[in-house]
Design a protein around this ligand. Structure first.
Ligand SMILES: NC(=O)c1ccc[n+]([C@@H]2O[C@H](COP(=O)([O-])OP(=O)(O)OC[C@H]3O[C@@H](n4cnc5c(N)ncnc54)[C@H](OP(=O)(O)O)[C@@H]3O)[C@@H](O)[C@H]2O)c1
Length: 323
């Protein structure tokens, strides 16, 4: 059996399961598969055009049917709609078999401005529980920092929710390192979710050292760079990815051709090989690719069966070292 996770916990817990490999989240009791599902395109009509609710239902069902155990959602994805769709689908599944991560901060009574007020966060947990039709949320993140609530006070609200059994692990997202340190002053933060991918690697220098030292798990968002790293775009699509210079974009295209060679050796797609790189990366706990349709989920789930060699892992790492 593949030994992916012998040393992937941020604090060295060695866990190798024979049927389903799992990852432990921070200092909490939460365990999940190393590949989850990002659900901002499940009901996220306020963020993306052309979404269909029925695709959203199928996407969530596909994940659970394929043994993907973590569903990453947020109030912000459809202003509750993503959580509602998930809540609907999960009624047919055993609650012990999957993990829900949700987030709040955007205040619907104040133009969706970030609000970390303790009472607001507690109400947000209660509201999310209702939409998700469940008794507990495994991971709850403060989605964005606000500029007035002391971070430790915001986290204390989630500590209270944890003591009440409403959540099991505490996360922060889009916090700078200083804000993470302030939030984690009492060592209560289990997990951080931030923008990170092979073409956006700043978190490695900015955060990874602190997270490892404090037993905090890391979840990258935009792991496929919004689809760019699936290999489905061509040089002609450069204008869709304006964050990259034309030289950088061409480098990414060239690199993905090399990744394609590695993927083919595993009878895999480029997206699967890229996802397998995150799964093998000891600094990353769970990779949560998003999906618009169920077939993408079925395909991405297969990345859990790809065991990149150390040389292949290093080769992909080096290819993208300039980012
Ligand atoms: N904490 C935060 O502030 C924050 C911010 C952003 C996202 N997130 C979370 O992170 C998750 C991941 O980010 P993301 O979904 O925005 O970006 P991503 O994972 O980098 O890219 C996902 C997109 O790539 C395309 N795709 C996925 N699998 C594919 C496949 N096998 N073949 C071809 N195309 C494929 C799909 O878009 P198309 O089909 O439309 O091309 C999909 O929606 C989100 O879903 C959300 O849960 C969190």
């Amino acid at each position: 059996m593949i030994n992916w996770f012998a040393d992937r916990s941020p604090y060295g817990v060695q866990e190798v399961h024979t049927m389903t490999q799992t990852v432990k989240i921070g200092k909490s009791s939460v365990e999940t598969t190393p590949l989850g599902l990002g659900t901002n395109k499940v009901g996220g009509h306020n963020l993306f055009d052309g979404l269909k609710d029925e695709d959203g239902f199928r996407v969530v069902k596909a994940a659970l049917d394929d043994g993907i155990s973590l569903l990453d959602t947020a109030f912000m994805y459809g202003l509750g709609k993503s959580e509602e769709i998930i809540g609907d689908v999960i009624q047919d599944y055993d609650r012990d078999q999957f993990v829900i991560a949700s987030k709040a901060a955007q205040d619907p009574n104040n133009n969706l401005q970030p609000n970390n007020n303790p009472a607001f966060l507690k109400q947000s947990v209660d509201d999310a529980l209702l939409r998700l039709e469940t008794d507990y949320i495994d991971i709850f993140y403060i989605h964005f920092p606000d500029d007035k609530t002391p971070k430790a006070e915001a986290v204390q609200a989630l500590v209270d929710e944890k003591k009440a059994g409403k959540i099991k692990a505490i996360g922060v997202s889009n916090f700078s390192l200083d804000q993470i340190k302030e939030a984690n002053v009492d060592d209560q933060v289990d997990i951080v979710e931030d923008n990170y991918s092979l073409v956006h690697r700043q978190a490695e220098q900015a955060e990874f050292g602190y997270l490892k030292d404090h037993q905090i798990s890391f979840v990258p968002y935009f792991p496929l760079a919004s689809g760019l790293l699936t290999g489905k775009y061509t040089p002609a699509d450069a204008s869709k990815f304006k964050q990259f210079s034309s030289d950088q974009y061409q480098t990414i295209m060239d690199n993905l051709e090399v990744v394609k060679g590695i993927a083919v050796a595993h009878s895999a797609t480029v997206a699967q090989a890229i996802l397998a790189w995150y799964i093998k990366n000891p600094d990353i706990s769970v990779v949560i690719p998003g999906a618009r349709v169920a077939d993408q989920v079925h395909s991405n789930a297969k990345a859990m069966a790809i065991d990149l060699s150390d040389a292949e892992y290093q080769q992909i790492d080096q290819l993208f070292s300039q980012f």
